[in-house]
Write a protein that binds this ligand. Sequence first.
Ligand SMILES: [Zn+2]
Length: 241
Amino acid sequence: MTLEIFREDAYARQCESTVTAVDSRGIQLNQTVFYPNGGGQPGDTGSFVLPDGSEIAFVDTIKDRDSGEHIHCVANETDLSRLQVGTTGTAKIDWDRRYRLMRMHSCLHMLCAVIPASVTGGSIQEQRGRLDFNLPDTVDKEKVTADLNQLIASNTAMSMQWITDEELDANPGLVRTLSAPPPRGSGRVRLVNFEGIDLQPCGGTHVAATAEIGKVRVQKIEKKGKMNRRVIVVFDDEAPV
Ligand SMILES: [Zn+2]
């Protein structure tokens, strides 16, 4: 299996890697800083820099549905002619894009704290994020914006801890996002803790402290059914989408 450097260190921008497999979609690496699409967070993009300095673009990172292996996807098959098992290079993510995704992802943890209802869906993009809540009533847009920015400004540190599948089973209340259950099978689950704000199992990438998220605002709250409120958050420094 690929060593997932991003799980322990979300700030790692590049690493030295060796190609371990090649298929028509792209390549697998012995270790990587590329987050694969999952849990509402898109896969990383970036490049593989070969020893001669030339670069091959990775346009997406996915997890193979059957094997669970990370595939670093290339734009077209001709890129693969220069890659074979044993090829070494530097795997380098598009950091600006990833950092915005990390900030927005972390912001959705704040949103989980502000709205104490179960989450039925969600997605993260560079400019905006959304969560769907199992809620009969609407929530006040301005109040949620103010509460979010207060948590962000508190600059609370993020920490991670690992628990066993059995410990998670004994504490079902930890699972907030019903649509994206924590990955199981490895025998342990990672908990992401913004101390005093939000604690839940999550496999995504997060900022080290909440102030890094920056100012945000609730752009829209949509009614998507009798028991569903969709809350859309944007960075306050971005132009309205
Ligand atoms: Zn998370």
